[in-house]
Design a protein around this ligand. Structure first.
Ligand code: ATP
Ligand code: MG
Length: 415
């Protein structure tokens, strides 16, 4: 097969780290090619996105040959998924996912038995979408076996081969269809692809949580996930992933006011109308969310009652002291988003929360002991009383004033 076109090698292709990996892998004269996201970026001119991505490389070498070639060049490597032919090289903190050309011999919906090959065409045939079957040599020769360039430019996510068959082989492709549509689609999704996704929606239940999480968080990080999520809901896909979502109004509101695309906050916005701690737990389990993300999601679905338009500065400072800046900013953003973006009154609160620096009670246990209070549980109780007062006084009292208060508390307790 001949290259479809030649492109000017991009900055990331010419970067020292990339060159080091390419040189190591081609030291024995074999050809390697870039595949995946960084090639799409190169075509669309999205160099900035590639700065944050892992670079995918396809190679005819077996994984053990890849490891030997990287070792020879002194490049750090991790055997990420040897059974599927993937080794990760790390240079200057950049990750290169190097995968051996392969064929899926037998597929089981959630995993496949693979055989390695040295045939580029066979490898391209097992890839999911036409735009993902593109490959590009380090010199910029671009191979395009299924008109992926045309589809990429038209914003059309199209399966390689029969959509239903491809989803039957690997159900994850159903989610990937929406993920790639969210990032690259223009207009309505491909009809055959969408119909196949609708038909296979129940198969999502069989996927591993890690795979769901990876695709869904990437989908939620897209420029406008709400549009795609509406399509997923209308086709019975969303209900398999997030329970009880009634609409995407809050998500749309959030998208209109946020400055960074934060997938977990967006998920919370999607679930806000009906979600609670139980729903958060269900999603966290199905998606195998990290404890941190699970805890955040649950918290964002149950904001304190006073996070509202009526919130005053004092109340804001209390919440900041109790929960920290990040959490309070999340709550305020979601409260604003819930008014479909019409919550300007909360903007100064968010500004204030951004500027807030943690404060600590100016007196400690040692101060109590120095005042002659005997050590024991009473010390903690007295400090707590001082803390309540200090909070009620809006964190203004100085250390001396807090010490005075501690004396008063101690005296009133007869210590
Ligand atoms: P990103 O930039 O987000 O990583 P990507 O296209 O590089 O996007 P990866 O998940 O890294 O996506 O996969 C790299 C390539 O491997 C894809 O472009 C595609 O060709 C192929 N691929 C990945 N997952 C599948 C799958 N489930 N079925 C078929 N091909 C797949
Ligand atoms: Mg990739």
């Amino acid at each position: 097969m001949k290259p479809a076109r030649r492109i000017e090698p991009t900055e990331w292709m010419r970067a020292d780290a990339t060159r080091a990996v390419v040189d190591a892998l081609t030291a024995d004269g074999q050809e390697i090619r870039f595949v995946g996201g960084s090639v799409r970026d190169a075509l669309l001119g999205g160099g900035n996105t590639t700065a944050h991505r892992d670079i995918d490389i396809a190679t005819p070498h077996t994984p053990h040959q890849v490891i030997a070639l990287l070792d020879n060049a002194g490049i750090k490597n991790i055997p990420t998924g040897l059974a599927h032919g993937t080794v990760t090289a790390v240079v200057d903190g950049r990750h290169f996912e190097i995968t051996t050309l392969r064929i899926d011999v037998e597929t089981h919906g959630r995993h496949a038995d693979v055989a390695f090959t040295d045939d580029w065409q066979e490898d391209a045939a097992r890839r999911d979408f036409t735009m993902n079957a593109l490959s590009c040599t380090p010199e910029g020769d671009l191979y395009d076996p299924w008109d992926g360039i045309r589809d990429l430019e038209a914003g059309r996510v199209r399966f390689v081969g029969d959509a239903e068959r491809r989803i039957e082989e690997d159900h994850l492709r159903l989610l990937r269809f929406f993920r790639f549509h969210a990032w690259y689609g223009k207009g309505a999704p491909d009809k055959d692809g969408l119909a196949a996704c609708a038909a296979w929606a129940p198969s999502l239940a069989k996927l591993s949580g890690e795979r769901i999480q990876r695709e869904m968080l990437k989908l939620l990080a897209a420029p406008d996930p709400a549009a795609v999520i509406d399509i997923m809901a209308a086709n019975g896909v969303l209900a398999e992933l997030v329970p009880g979502v009634s609409d995407t109004a809050t998500l749309r509101g959030l998208q209109s006011i946020e400055t960074t695309a934060d997938p977990v906050r967006r998920l919370a916005a999607l679930m806000r109308s009906s979600g609670n701690a139980a729903a958060a737990a269900k999603v966290a389990e199905q998606w195998r969310l990290s404890n941190r993300d699970h805890e955040r999601l649950a918290a964002l679905l149950s904001p304190p009652a006073n996070i509202s338009d009526d919130l005053e500065w004092r109340g804001l400072r209390r919440e900041l002291y109790a929960h920290g800046g990040e959490r309070v900013i999340d709550w305020l953003m979601l409260a604003w988003a819930e008014r479909a973006g019409d919550g300007e009154t909360l903007r100064p609160m968010i500004e204030q929360a951004r500027q807030w620096r943690p404060v600590t009670l100016p007196v400690k246990g040692t101060d109590a002991l120095a005042l002659g209070i005997p050590s024991g549980p009473e010390v903690g109780e007295m400090l707590e009383a001082v803390e309540h007062w200090w909070i009620a006084e809006d964190f203004a009292p100085t250390r001396d004033e807090c010490l005075d208060k501690l004396r008063v508390v101690a005296a009133s307790r007869g210590s």
